[in-house]
Write a protein that binds this ligand. Structure first.
Ligand code: ADP
Length: 545
């Protein structure tokens, strides 16, 4: 019983160890970091890119707007200057004409054509810069007045002119006759100034709007960054807490055996990481300690077995020695010199044979199990074992049923020892069916789903031997694999104990149970590889009962 509890605890510690090692806390940590980088950094990168895009778009808009505004203002100013220059030249020309008309000074008349030419150029320049419909209409009016003025001037200066040339020129230069040109030009200058002012104001307004936009964008960016940082911190904290819970639960499991692993709540990631490293080293220590105590346990188990063996030998030898002693004592008491008679000698011989059989079994029990590995087909070996017990089964009216796979199941093991196990189980089954019955033997390969994750790298096969016999008594079932447990009159109680040792030496597991409809079933699970290639005690992970 104690041994069973110990085995259970050992198997659990193996499973726990496999659990701790298999996904690996470090790998779990790294996976978590990757996951959160993807989960949080990706949206943050998208938001940052979005903000960057918005900023770039706003900067580009401001740039094009500024360029547009300076274009418009520049054109208006240029148009304004051209109109102004035109106006000045026209004014100068009028004065010269007036001077010439008043004094007849030819010097004054000489400057007129150049002023006329210059004013024409400035007007053309102003015309090319007129942008709005209103400006174009005003330029057309100025143009019309210009041609009208110079047309009249040319007319007065032509040789065909009949009237008073001086008086006509004076009339041409009066304010009233040039009013059209002056008015339109002043209007044009005013309009251009208005457009320039309006454009500058619009630009100023849009700049103010942009400034507000940028301010909003930077506030949003700041708040967004703050929120993202908070979300990142929260998510990281949550996962750290989760990780801390697993670390703490691992720590909790380690405390009773390996002492405390200090992980403080305030330590943060660095502390957690060093906590993990400490747990890793504690686990390594623990595994070494478990391995050491396993060796100690094995040694003490061996010592206990030697004690049990001595007790068993004493018991087994006392039984046959008793009748021999009685017979010899009776012969001595008679003291008639006849010694033992025929029947008495037969009894002594039978008892000596019984002693020999017991000695043979004890020797087998005492011999260390060191398997000699070879490759064989377990289906064929089961078939041979069945053939060996067929004669006895027939005599006992026991039918043998085979549920064996068609194709061979290759195994690397000690074929002699495996055959011994099979024979032992089959003979026990026949012992349990003195009045006849049915024994069924089945073999199957175990699928990946049938074995725990830690044992999946190995191919396993399962052999079941079931019978319809008496079944195992409750008190026997719990200790059936312990040595010297027997319900048979002449049994040694060592057969199943030897079977178990052989199966474990092969890295496998054996179990027994009672069937619902009566009878017992023994199940052996063996790796299809040499035991040396199979981790120690891994078979216990496959325990069925
Ligand atoms: P032995 O055969 O010398 O008694 P074993 O170790 O082979 O020693 O068996 C121990 C005990 O287990 C048997 O005495 C018997 O009571 C029980 N046992 C084993 N196999 C069966 C079975 N198939 N059906 C019922 N009881 C069984």
């Amino acid at each position: 019983m104690r041994q069973n509890v110990r085995e259970q605890a050992h198997a659990e510690s193996q499973v726990e160890e496999a659990r701790l090692n298999e996904p690996g806390f470090r790998r779990k940590w790294e996976r978590m970091v990757d996951r959160y980088l993807l989960k949080i950094a990706a949206p943050m990168a998208i938001v940052s890119l979005l903000l960057l895009g918005l900023g770039a778009a706003a900067a580009w808009t401001i740039h094009t707007q500024q360029v547009g505004t300076s274009d418009v203002v520049g054109r208006e100013v240029e148009g304004l200057l051209a109109t102004h220059d035109y106006y000045s030249r026209m004014r100068d020309a009028r004065h010269r004409i007036k001077e010439y008309a008043g004094t007849g000074d030819h010097q004054a008349a000489e400057a007129i054509p150049e002023l006329r030419q210059k004013s024409r150029e400035h007007l053309e320049r102003a015309e090319s810069l007129a942008g709005t419909d209103e400006q174009k209409a005003l330029i057309a009016t100025i143009n019309h007045a210009y041609y009208l003025f110079w047309g009249k001037f040319d007319q007065i200066n032509s040789p065909e002119f009949q009237g008073d040339r001086q008086a006509a020129l004076n009339t041409l230069t009066t304010r009233e006759s040039t009013a059209g040109v002056v008015e339109a030009t002043e209007k044009y200058i005013e309009l251009s100034r208005d457009v320039a002012i309006r454009t500058t104001e619009a630009s100023r307004e849009s700049s103010a709007l942009m400034r507000k936009g940028f301010l909003l964008l930077s506030i949003c960016g700041g708040i967004g960054g703050l929120l993202a940082g908070l979300a990142l911190a929260r998510a990281l904290r949550r996962s750290i807490v989760q990780l801390e819970v697993s670390v703490r639960s691992a720590e909790g499991k380690l405390v009773p055996i390996a002492g405390h692993v200090r992980i403080t709540r305030t330590g943060g990631l660095k502390e957690l990481e060093s906590g993990l490293a400490r747990i890793e080293s504690q686990i390594t220590d623990l595994v070494e300690r478990v391995q050491r105590s396993e060796t100690d346990l094995l040694r003490s188990e061996q010592l206990a077995a030697v004690g049990q063996l001595a007790a068993g030998i004493a018991h087994e030898f006392r039984n046959p020695l008793m009748p021999m002693k009685i017979l010899v004592q009776a012969a001595l008491e008679r003291n008639d010199g006849r010694g033992l008679c025929g029947r008495q000698l037969e009894v002594v011989e039978e008892e000596i044979e019984r002693l020999e059989r017991s000695i043979q079994v004890f020797l087998e029990f005492a011999r260390p199990v060191s398997p000699e590995m070879s490759e064989f087909d377990i289906v064929a070996v089961v078939g041979q074992a069945l053939e060996l017990v067929e004669g006895r089964a027939h005599k006992q009216a026991v039918s043998l049923r085979r549920r064996l796979p068609e194709e061979p199941v290759t195994m690397v093991a000690d074929v002699g020892q495996i055959r011994q196990v099979l024979l032992n189980l089959l003979l026990n089954a026949l012992d349990a069916m003195p009045e006849g019955g049915e024994a069924a033997v089945s073999i199957r390969r175990l699928s990946r789903e049938d074995v725990p994750r830690a044992a999946r790298s190995i191919a396993w096969c399962e052999i079941r031997i079931a019978d319809s016999g008496t079944g195992l008594a409750d008190d026997v079932l719990a200790r059936v694999f312990q040595p010297f447990v027997t319900t048979k009159e002449t049994g040694t109680g060592l057969g199943l104990s030897i079977c178990r040792r052989i199966v474990i030496a092969h890295g496998g597991e054996i179990s027994a149970r009672n069937l619902q409809h009566g009878g017992a079933e023994f199940c052996i699970r063996l790796p299809c590889l040499p035991a040396a290639a199979v981790p120690a005690h891994i078979g216990q992970l496959l325990k069925t009962v």
